[in-house]
Design a protein around this ligand. Structure first.
Ligand code: SF4
Ligand code: SF4
Ligand code: FES
Length: 362
C-alpha cells in the first residue's frame, strides 16, 4: 500500500499519510478547522463537535479530529459548506448559552486564552437565552496552584484525559450527569487530598481557561512576552517558556508554560517544579551578584572576573600547599550536561584530582 495518497479539502488536493486524520491533513495544509477537545498528546475523543466536516458519502457531518483520511476522499469545511457553517453557528451559540460572557457578549478572555472566544468571533452567533447549568466546583479546594471555574467549562474532557493518558494519575474525572456534569475528584476532595501531582498539565490543555493558575489569575496572553529557557530543576532538559509581564512597572515572570507539544523534548509537559516553582526568581533573598568576604569580614559585591580569579587563586594555593587530593569539586544536576562535563575536566585535567561529584548522586 502506498504511504501517501490525496484527499480533497475545500476543492484543494492535499497529500495525506496513512493513518492521518482529516484534521491533521488540514492543519498541515494551513486549512483552519476549529477544535476544542483536540490535543496532539491525547487520543481523539470526538467530544466537542467543533471540528465537524462534510464528507462525500457520509449522511452525517463527521469529526475531522477522529475521522481517518482515505484515498480520494472529498471533504468540505465551513469554508465551502454552508451546512458546516450553520452547524458551527448553532454549536457556538449553545456553548455560549451557559458560558461566562463579557460586555461584548463574547466568551470571556482568560490568562490561558479562550478558544471558544476566538471561534465565536468567526461565527454568526444566535442570541439564545442563557441556560442555567448548575455545575459545581470543588468547595474548599486548598491546593495552592490550580483554580477551576465551572462557568467556563465546556466539558471537553481534555483535562481528565490528560490526567489519565499523559500523567497516568486519574485524579480528576467527569462527574455527575446532564447539566450538572462537572470536573470532580473522588468524593469531591481538594486536589491535595487526591493522587494529583500538581503537574498543571490540565491547566495547560484546558481550551477555555476554566482551569487557570491561582498564582497569575489576571495576566492575559497578549500581555506577556515568552522567553525560552531550559528548566534547571533536574537534568532532563525540559524546555520552558518564561511568561514575562510588567507588574507594578517592573518586568516579572508571571507564569511558566511549555512550548507546543511535539516541538521539544518534554512534548508540551512540565512537572510541578518546572511549572510552578518560579517564585525564587524575584525573591528578595536571592543572590544575584558575586560576593567576596574581604579582610573586614564582610561580604562585598565584586565583578565576575574578580570573583572567579579569587576562587581560582584560592584553589591553586590549597592544591600547591597540600596536594591535589586536598581540593574537591561538587557539581549539580541543575547544571547542563556540558557544564557538568567541564567541571569534570577542571577537576581531573587541571587539578589532577578525582575528587569530583554531583549533588544528584547523594
Ligand atoms: S495537575 Fe496533573 S495530576 Fe493533577 S489533576 Fe491536573 S493533570 Fe492530573
Ligand atoms: S476544565 Fe477545561 S479541559 Fe477540563 S473539561 Fe472543562 S473546558 Fe475541558
Ligand atoms: S475537536 Fe473534534 S470533536 Fe472536538
Amino acid at each position: 500500500m502506498s504511504e501517501t495518497f490525496t484527499i480533497k479539502i475545500d476543492g484543494r488536493e492535499c497529500v495525506a499519510l496513512q493513518g492521518e486524520t482529516v484534521l491533521q491533513v488540514a492543519r498541515r495544509e494551513g486549512i483552519q478547522i476549529p477544535t476544542l477537545c483536540d490535543d496532539k498528546r491525547l487520543d481523539p475523543a470526538g467530544a466537542c463537535r467543533a471540528c465537524l466536516v462534510e464528507i462525500d458519502g457520509q449522511r452525517r457531518l463527521q469529526p475531522s479530529c477522529a475521522w481517518k483520511a482515505a484515498d480520494g476522499q472529498n471533504v468540505k469545511t465551513h469554508q465551502s459548506s454552508p451546512r458546516v457553517q450553520r452547524h458551527q453557528d448553532v454549536l457556538v451559540s449553545l456553548y455560549m448559552s451557559d458560558h461566562k460572557l463579557d460586555e461584548q457578549g463574547l466568551p470571556v478572555e482568560t490568562p490561558n486564552g479562550n478558544d471558544l472566544r476566538a471561534w465565536a468571533k468567526d461565527c454568526s452567533t444566535l442570541k439564545l437565552d442563557p441556560v442555567n447549568a448548575p455545575r459545581v466546583a470543588r468547595p474548599g479546594d486548598k491546593n495552592p496552584y490550580i483554580h477551576f471555574d465551572p462557568e467556563l467549562c465546556v466539558l471537553c474532557a481534555r483535562c481528565t484525559r490528560y490526567c489519565d493518558e499523559v500523567e497516568a494519575v486519574n485524579a480528576i474525572t467527569l462527574t455527575n450527569r446532564g447539566s450538572e456534569t462537572t470536573i470532580g475528584t473522588a468524593g469531591m476532595r481538594g486536589l491535595l487530598d487526591t493522587s494529583c501531582e500538581l503537574c498543571g498539565g490540565c491547566v495547560d490543555t484546558c481550551p477555555t481557561g476554566a482551569l487557570i493558575e491561582k498564582k497569575s489569575p489576571k495576566t492575559l496572553p497578549e500581555q506577556v512576552t515568552k522567553v525560552r529557557t531550559t528548566c534547571n530543576y533536574c537534568g532532563v532538559g525540559c524546555q520552558m517558556d518564561l511568561n514575562v509581564a510588567k507588574v507594578d512597572g517592573q518586568e516579572r515572570v508571571v507564569r511558566v508554560t511549555s512550548p507546543e507539544p511535539g516541538t521539544t523534548v518534554n512534548d508540551g509537559n512540565l512537572c510541578v517544579k518546572g511549572r510552578f516553582a518560579y517564585d525564587f526568581i524575584h525573591h528578595k533573598d536571592r543572590i544575584t551578584e558575586p560576593m567576596i568576604r574581604k579582610a573586614d569580614g564582610k561580604l562585598h559585591v565584586v565583578s565576575w572576573d574578580e570573583a572567579i580569579k579569587f576562587a581560582a587563586e584560592g584553589l591553586k594555593r590549597a592544591a600547591q600547599r597540600h596536594g591535589p587530593e586536598s581540593v574537591g569539586f561538587i557539581s549539580s544536576a541543575r547544571c547542563t550536561g556540558e557544564e557538568n562535563f567541564l567541571m569534570g575536566k577542571l577537576a581531573r585535567a587541571v587539578f589532577k584530582t578525582g575528587n569530583v561529584h554531583s549533588c544528584a548522586a547523594t
